[in-house]
Design a protein around this ligand. Structure first.
Ligand SMILES: Cc1ncc(COP(=O)(O)O)c(C=O)c1O
Length: 456
C-alpha cells in the first residue's frame, strides 16, 4: 500500500506514508500509534523496519514515544503543520477540484432574501426539501431524458451527504460496495466508515471495462455500486450512451443498486449535451445523486437524491436520525439560480478550457515524461508518473508550497503510486506556477539518496 513495488526504501516509505497521513489530516495530533509489533504484523514487515520508520518520524518531530506509554502523533517541529490548509499564503491548493462561485450567485442571494419573507412565517423544517426546488430539479431530469416527479427528489446537504444517506439505508456492516478504481476518496472513506468493504474495478485506458464490472458483480455480489459516469473523478472519463445501456442492463439483470454520482455532469468543456442519465437505462436500480457544488458554488452545500418515490420517502425518514433538513435560505437561492439559468455557459466553458490547456501545456513543457489524457470535462487531469512516487512527491510538494493529494487516496486498497490527480480549477498563471513547483518537487524526490535500510 505505502511501499513502492520492489523498493529498497521500506522505512522511508512507511515514514512518508505516516507523514502524509498527518499532513492530510487523517492522523490528527494525539493519535496513538499501534505498538511496533502490532504495526509490523499488520503491515507484514519486520519490526526493524517499523522501528527505523518511527526513528525517522521522531527525528522529524512528528511522533513522540515514551517507554510504557507507546507512540503518538505530535505537532511537527520546525515546520508549519498547516501547509495542507489552502489559507496559508503562497500555498497553492491542488487538493480541491472546485472553482470559486459562478457568476450570478450574489444576485440570486439578493432575490432569495425577498422570498425568505414568506418562509419566515413557517417553521423552517423542510424535510424532503422546498417544493419549489424539488420541482425544478425534477424538471431538469425530465429535460435530460429521465422522466422525474418532485416526489422522487430529496434535498440534501451536498452530493456527499446524499451518498452517505443512501449507503446507510441500503447497506449493512460487512456488505461489499463496488467502486471504480480510482475513485473519489471521500466516498471510499464513507464506505469504510459504514463498515462496508469497497470492491474496486479498474478503469482501463479507455474507461469502463464493463465485462470486468460484470465479473466483479458476479464474483462479489456487492450490495451497492458507487459510480461516477459523467466526468469521472479523478480520470475525467464519461460513459457513452451505448455503455450506459449495457451498464444499466447489467445492474437490472444482477439486481444491483447503484449510486450514480453526477457531481461533475454540468462541467463539460466542449458544450456537448451528453447522453441521458444512467438511471434512464437502469430503471429503479440507479439512485442518482446531484449537487451544485461544482456548477455553482460548493458553499451553498445543497445537493439531492433522485430515487424511486418509496425509497425517497424512506430516505427522508432515515435522514432524521442524523439531521433534520437542509437550510431554507440556500434552497431558495438555488431555486433562483435555476430560474435564472447560466447567463453565458460558453464563456464559463472557455475559462475552464483555458485553465485545462494551461495545465497541460505547463506539464508538457516542464514534466515531459508525465503522461495524461486530456479530458473533455470535469476539473482534473489524472497523470501517470514515470516512477511510483506519488506519496513522496505529495510530501515534497508541500515543502515547495503545493498541496496535492497522492494517487493512493483514490484507491480502495492503496497503491496507485504511479498516479497523481492535478485539478485545473485555478487561474492559468497559478497553475503554471504550481507545475514549476511540482517539477522542483519531482526532481528532489528523484534525487533522494538510496536508503540502505534492509527491507523486510
Ligand atoms: C465525485 C464527487 N462526489 C461528491 C463530491 C462532493 O460534493 P458536495 O460538495 O456536493 O458534497 C465531490 C467533491 O469534490 C466529488 O468529486
Amino acid at each position: 500500500m505505502w511501499r513502492r513495488s520492489g523498493s529498497r526504501h521500506g522505512a522511508a516509505d512507511l515514514a512518508a506514508a505516516i507523514e502524509l497521513g498527518v499532513l492530510d489530516g487523517q492522523l490528527p495530533v494525539g493519535t496513538r500509534l499501534p505498538s511496533e509489533r502490532e504495526l509490523a504484523e499488520a503491515l507484514d514487515v519486520s519490526r526493524t523496519l517499523v522501528a527505523a520508520a518511527l526513528d525517522r518520524l521522531r527525528d522529524a518531530g512528528l511522533v513522540a514515544s515514551r517507554r510504557g506509554a507507546g507512540s503518538w502523533i505530535t505537532k511537527p517541529r520546525g515546520r508549519t503543520p498547516e501547509p495542507v490548509s489552502p489559507d496559508v499564503p503562497q500555498a497553492i491548493d491542488l487538493v480541491r477540484a472546485a472553482t470559486p462561485a459562478a457568476p450570478g450567485v450574489l444576485a440570486a442571494v439578493d432575490r432569495a432574501r425577498l422570498l425568505l419573507v414568506d418562509e419566515l412565517g413557517r417553521h423552517g423544517y423542510t424535510g424532503t426539501g422546498l417544493p419549489a426546488l424539488r420541482e425544478r430539479i425534477a424538471a431538469r431530469y425530465t429535460a435530460r431524458g429521465l422522466l422525474t416527479s418532485p416526489g422522487q427528489i430529496l434535498i440534501t446537504n451536498g452530493a456527499h451527504h446524499a451518498f452517505v444517506l443512501v449507503l446507510r439505508m441500503l447497506t449493512h456492516p460487512g456488505d461489499r460496495v463496488l467502486v471504480e478504481q480510482p475513485t473519489y476518496p471521500n466516498a471510499l472513506d464513507a464506505i469504510r466508515a459504514a463498515h462496508t468493504t469497497p470492491v474496486p474495478v479498474a478503469l482501463g485506458e479507455h474507461g469502463w471495462d464493463l465485462a470486468g464490472v460484470e465479473a466483479a458483480v458476479r464474483q462479489t455480489a456487492p450490495r451497492l455500486a458507487y459510480l461516477i459516469v459523467d466526468f469521472h473523478n479523478p480520470t475525467g472519463y464519461r460513459l457513452d450512451a451505448s455503455g450506459r445501456a449495457e451498464l444499466g442492463a447489467l445492474l437490472a439483470r444482477t439486481q444491483t443498486h447503484a449510486v450514480v454520482d453526477e457531481t461533475f455532469v454540468e462541467l463539460d468543456l466542449e458544450g456537448d449535451d451528453g447522453p441521458p442519465p444512467l438511471a434512464a437505462f437502469a430503471g429503479d436500480w440507479a439512485i442518482t445523486v446531484g449537487t451544485v457544488s461544482k456548477s455553482h458554488w460548493g458553499g451553498l452545500r445543497i445537493g439531492w437524491i433522485r430515487a424511486p418515490e418509496d425509497l425517497a420517502t424512506r430516505l427522508t425518514s432515515a435522514r432524521f436520525a442524523s439531521d433534520l433538513g437542509s437550510p431554507v435560505f440556500e434552497q431558495l437561492v438555488l431555486a433562483e439560480l435555476f430560474d435564472a439559468g447560466d447567463p453565458d455557459p460558453a464563456a464559463r466553458r472557455a475559462v475552464l478550457r483555458s485553465q485545462r490547456d494551461a495545465l497541460t501545456e505547463a506539464l508538457r513543457r516542464e514534466l515531459p515524461d508525465w503522461r495524461f489524457r486530456v479530458p473533455s470535462g470535469g476539473l482534473s487531469l489524472w497523470c501517470r508518473l514515470p516512477e511510483p512516487m506519488s506519496t513522496r512527491l505529495a510530501i515534497a510538494a508541500a515543502n515547495h508550497g503545493v498541496q496535492i493529494t497522492p494517487g493512493s487516496r483514490f484507491s480502495a486498497q492503496g497503491g496507485l503510486e504511479h498516479w497523481l490527480r492535478i485539478p485545473f480549477a485555478q487561474p492559468a498563471d497559478r497553475l503554471a506556477d504550481a507545475v514549476t513547483r511540482l517539477a522542483l518537487a519531482a526532481a528532489s524526490v528523484r534525487a533522494q539518496p538510496a536508503d540502505d535500510l534492509p527491507v523486510a
